[in-house]
Design a protein around this ligand. Structure first.
Ligand code: BES
Ligand code: MN
Ligand code: ZN
Length: 521
């Protein structure tokens, strides 16, 4: 009798079942300690160097004696240091300073050295330069403790979960020198920075996890696992529930893949009042891989489309941070997760889909898939009547054409848009406000459906994508849309505290916006 093998569908299912279900541990984050003095002889000391107008160099550190300060300045001069921003020099330790050696990082003038972004970048490049040094103390923390922690941890971040040889050097230890290490302020600053960097690194890990390991089901499981550990309520809709619930955008984009779509809904309740409503709804694009679908992308660079869930990753990171920081807000996160693949079951150019809530879209280009899944998610998020809605998406190549690879485009209702982009710049993520021109909205009209998913031209591609989303946002909600196609994923080399690969942008913008809402409503 002929052996009957497992059907193709069963084989695929088994393959999927055998994938690891939980987060593969990336390299551990540094251990952070507060102290006021150098007392460990095996450490490398990281110091910031400022330069005055007459070219005088100063190594920043209140723990140095006048003689040590002079000796450091002399060493710096002898190796040609200028104290310019991001300049690095490794020096022997001054006599009777209890360290193995010194890494000096330039900060510019004294005034410039007060800019937290300057300190973040300095700490970031120093962390990378220190490579396998495991014991480090720094006086940068005297200038700005939070910025030092953020820069150092984010700059030294590594993703080596998929290297077969054990590379893990064990966690680094960074001792942060400050005047009053036991003060409530120092402890609070450290705890705050720690929550922020852990959340940014969680988002980076999601983005950096390859698409054969991170697909809708496994992504959903990972996010829910983290959420539950933090006391954030989580619910996952599977493909059957999505179809039944009328999420036509998510179903349409997801139907070409053997890996079915998911919709993750998270809810963090930080308000004491049990009856309080939702303050902020976050929505993130979770395309675990974007081939373009039937409107397939060219091969060159397609591997970067592993980052197309960067919006969902950042939103997950932000709600994790809100929970860690115990922010007094109620926040939801709605994360549609799909793999956009071409196949005989994939949606076609020409299909008309019905979104959650009933609006219809003519799919002209299956590569404009992000807006289709976000439309469902935005309508669903608005059902809870949030005051604010922020969506984050690696939505358009046009974002990079307009603003370059590092500057998020921020669109939405004008006042909130400007508030978000200003806050984004204040944390060093550089968001920039962009308009939503009326005439582009007209170009999204379709003769046979409520909307078309693309215009018939390439002008203002980032803006027309946002205008498509606008059709799904409840009119009374203050809305901001962040297009982070470039900023979420660094395809160039590492710079400042930004490594190659997943950047975690815009987690810190989102956290700062949430904190601003706590402050100002
Ligand atoms: N995921 C892409 C956008 C993208 C491009 C992100 C490059 C990161 C880097 C998105 O789904 C997409 O394909 N957008 C199309 C839209 C077009 C078909 C209107 C694009 O930008 O080409
Ligand atoms: Mn696409
Ligand atoms: Zn995409």
């Amino acid at each position: 009798m002929k052996q009957r093998g497992a059907s193709r569908a069963e084989k695929v299912e088994t393959l999927i079942m055998n994938q690891p279900k939980h987060s593969d541990p990336a390299a551990p984050l540094p251990k952070l300690l507060l102290d006021s003095a150098l007392r460990q002889a095996d450490e490398v000391l990281l110091v910031g160097v400022t330069s005055s107008e007459n070219g005088e160099l100063k190594a920043v550190g209140s723990a140095f004696s006048p003689r040590q300060t002079e000796e450091l300045a002399r060493s710096l001069r002898s190796v040609g240091a200028k104290g310019k921003a991001l300049e690095l020099f490794r020096l022997p330790a001054p006599s009777d300073l209890n360290v193995t050696s010194v890494l000096a990082v330039g900060l510019g003038t004294e005034e410039e050295s007060e800019d937290p972004e300057r300190i973040r970048r300095a700490a970031g490049i120093a962390a990378r330069a220190l490579g396998d040094v495991s014991n480090i103390a720094t006086t940068l923390s005297e200038l700005d403790l939070g910025a030092t922690v953020e820069g150092f941890v984010l700059g030294g971040y590594k993703f080596d979960a998929y290297k077969s040889a054990a590379q893990t050097e064990g966690a680094k230890q960074l001792r942060l020198l400050v005047d009053h290490p036991r003060s409530a302020q120092a402890k609070a600053d450290l705890a705050h920075a720690q929550s922020v960097v852990e959340s940014v690194c969680a988002a980076r890990d999601f983005v950096n996890t390859p698409p054969n390991h991170l697909y809708p089901d496994s992504f959903a499981i990972r996010v829910v696992t983290f959420a539950k550990a933090l006391g954030v309520a989580a619910e996952v809709l599977d493909e059957k529930q999505l179809a039944k619930g009328g999420y036509g955008g998510v179903v349409g984009v997801g139907q070409g893949s053997s890996r079915p779509p998911r919709l993750v809904k998270l809810e963090y309740r930080g308000r004491k009042d049990k009856n309080a409503g939702v303050d902020v709804a976050l929505v993130g694009k979770g395309v675990t891989f974007d081939t373009g679908g039937i409107s397939i992308k060219p091969a060159a660079g397609m591997e970067h489309m592993t980052s197309d869930m960067g919006g969902a990753a950042a939103v997950a990171g932000a709600i994790f941070a809100a929970a860690k920081l115990a922010l007094p807000l109620n926040i939801t996160a709605t994360l549609p997760m799909v793999e956009n693949m071409p196949s005989s079951t994939a949606q076609r150019p020409g299909d008309v889909i019905t979104h959650y809530g009933g609006k219809t879209t003519l799919v002209i280009n299956t590569d404009a898939e992000g807006r289709l899944i976000l439309a469902d998610a935005i309508v669903s998020a608005c059902e809870r009547d949030p005051v604010y809605l922020i969506d984050v998406a690696t939505l358009t190549g046009a974002q990079m054409v307009a603003l370059g690879a590092r500057t998020p485009g921020v669109m939405g209702t004008e006042e909130f848009r400007d508030r978000v982009s200003e806050i984004s710049r204040s944390v060093g993520e550089g968001g920039w406000s962009m308009p939503l021109p009326e005439e582009l909205a007209d170009d999204l009209k379709s003769p046979i459906a409520d909307l078309a998913n693309v215009t018939n031209h390439r002008n203002g591609g980032m803006l027309s994508a946002a205008l498509f989303l606008k059709e799904f946002v409840s009119p009374d909600v203050s809305w901001a849309h962040l297009d982070v196609a470039g900023p979420a994923y660094n395809t160039g080399s590492a710079h400042g505290y930004t490594p190659k690969g997943g950047t975690g942008v815009p987690v810190r913008t989102l956290v700062a916006v949430l904190e601003d809402i706590v402050q100002r409503g």
